[in-house]
Design a protein around this ligand. Structure first.
Ligand SMILES: Nc1ncnc2c1ncn2[C@@H]1O[C@H](COP(=O)(O)OP(=O)(O)OP(=O)(O)O)[C@@H](O)[C@H]1O
Ligand SMILES: [Mg+2]
Length: 334
C-alpha cells in the first residue's frame, strides 16, 4: 500500500506563533516521523510524507494515497484543531487511521468529555469551567473541594499544567486561572485535585478494542501532591518511573480497564487511545481525560507502555494500522 503520513513538526510552525514556551509542545520531531516511516516500511508499505498545514493540502491532492496514518495535531489553538486533517480526508474520501473529527473535537474539550463520561456512570473529579475574567471573579467557591488543579480546557501534553497549577485557596485559583485565560486564550478548568496514583491506560483495536496495558507513573522523589506536569514530562528520565503492568490491586486494575473501554466506546474512539486516571487512596478510580490521538514517539507514554508489555514500536504502529484497515473495505485487500 501507499501510506501517507500526516504530522505537524515543531520546526514547521512559524516563529511568530511560538509566543509561549510550551506552544509547540504537542508537535512532533523529525525523529518520530522517521521512526513511524520505518515501522510502516518494515511492513512492506511505501510511505509518502505529507506533513501538515498547507503542505499537507498540496501533497494530499497530488499524491495517490491508499490510507493516511495520521498523527497531525492540527494548527492554531482552535479547539477543533485535531479534527482538521481527518475532516479534509473525509471530504476527499481517503481512509485514515484513528478517530473521526467528531470524537477528536469532543475529547480535546475536557469539560465536554467529562459530562459525557459522567452520563455513563464513571467517576471524575468535580470541576468548574470558567470562560473569562469576569466569570472568574463572580464565581462562588464556598462549596468547592480544595485543593484544586487549574488547567486549560482544551490542551494536551500538559500544556499550561505546571507545578504551580495546584491551588489551595481562592486567591491561588484566581492567580493561576488568570494566567491561563490570558496565555492560552481559552476557558480554564478548576478541578478537584485527586491525590493518589497516576495511571494511564492504552487501548488498541476495534473489534473489540482491547486494553494494551495499565501503567502507573511514579515520582522518583516522594511527592505529597504529585502532578505529571510539563516540567515532569520534559525531564521524565530523572523525575518519574513507569510501572507496567501497574502493581495495583486486581479489583482496581479491573475497574480501570472496564472504565477505559467504556469511555473509549462511549466517545466513539477508533483504533487506539490513551486514558488518564487518578486513583484515590480509598481506591476510587477518577477519569481525568482521554487522548484519542496519543503521542507515538519513542518516549510517549503509550509507546513506553507497549514496550513494557513486550511489544515493539513497529508492532504497535502495525496494530493501529491494521485496526484502521479493517474498517475500510477498500484497504483490506491492498
Ligand atoms: N484532577 C486532577 N487531580 C490530580 N491530578 C491531576 C488532575 N488533573 C490533572 N492532573 C495532573 O496533571 C496531569 C496532566 O493533566 P491532563 O492529563 O488533564 O493534561 P494533558 O495536557 O491533557 O495531558 P496529556 O499529556 O496526557 O495530553 C495529569 O496527568 C495529572 O498528573
Ligand atoms: Mg493527560
Amino acid at each position: 500500500m501507499q501510506i501517507g503520513l500526516s504530522y505537524d513538526l515543531k520546526e514547521a510552525i512559524p516563529v511568530e506563533q511560538d509566543g509561549l514556551d510550551d506552544a509547540l509542545e504537542e508537535y512532533d520531531s523529525p525523529e518520530t516521523v522517521a521512526l513511524l516511516s520505518a515501522a510502516l516500511e518494515a511492513k512492506g508499505h511505501s510511505v509518502v510524507r505529507l506533513g501538515g498545514g498547507r503542505q499537507f493540502l498540496d501533497n494530499i491532492r497530488r499524491e495517490k494515497i491508499d490510507i493516511v496514518f495520521n498523527i497531525a495535531e492540527g494548527r492554531g489553538n482552535y479547539r477543533s484543531r485535531e479534527a482538521q486533517v481527518p475532516s479534509i480526508l473525509e471530504m476527499l474520501d481517503i481512509p485514515y487511521t484513528g478517530s473521526d473529527p467528531q470524537c477528536l473535537v469532543v475529547c480535546l474539550d475536557k469539560s465536554v468529555t467529562k459530562k459525557l463520561v459522567i452520563a455513563h456512570g464513571i467517576s471524575t473529579p468535580w470541576w468548574l469551567t470558567i470562560a473569562n475574567e469576569a466569570e472568574l471573579y463572580q464565581t462562588s467557591w464556598d462549596s468547592f473541594p480544595f485543593p484544586a488543579i487549574v488547567k486549560p480546557t482544551c490542551e494536551g501534553s500538559s500544556k499550561g499544567i505546571r507545578l504551580s497549577s495546584l491551588a489551595y485557596n481562592v486567591q491561588q485559583v484566581q492567580k493561576e486561572a488568570s494566567r491561563i485565560l490570558k496565555c492560552y486564550q481559552q476557558s480554564v478548568m478548576v478541578e478537584e485535585f485527586i491525590d493518589g496514583d497516576e495511571v494511564t491506560v492504552g487501548i488498541v483495536g476495534n473489534l473489540p478494542p482491547k486494553v494494551l496495558g495499565v501503567m502507573r507513573v511514579l515520582p522518583k522523589k516522594k511527592d505529597d501532591h504529585f502532578i505529571y506536569s510539563l516540567e515532569v514530562k520534559r525531564d521524565y528520565l530523572n523525575l518519574v518511573e513507569y510501572e507496567c503492568p501497574a502493581l495495583l490491586e486486581e479489583k482496581i486494575l479491573d475497574e480501570i480497564s472496564d472504565c477505559s473501554l467504556k469511555v473509549f466506546k462511549a466517545l466513539g474512539c477508533r483504533d487506539f487511545a490513551r486514558v488518564d486516571f487518578r486513583v484515590s487512596p480509598r481506591g476510587i478510580a477518577y477519569f481525568l481525560e482521554i487522548n484519542p490521538l496519543p503521542g507515538l514517539g519513542i518516549y510517549s507514554d503509550l509507546v513506553i507502555m507497549a514496550m513494557k508489555m513486550g511489544w515493539t514500536h513497529e508492532e504497535l504502529i502495525g496494530a493501529v494500522l491494521d485496526a484502521a484497515r479493517e474498517r475500510y473495505p477498500q484497504c483490506i485487500c491492498v
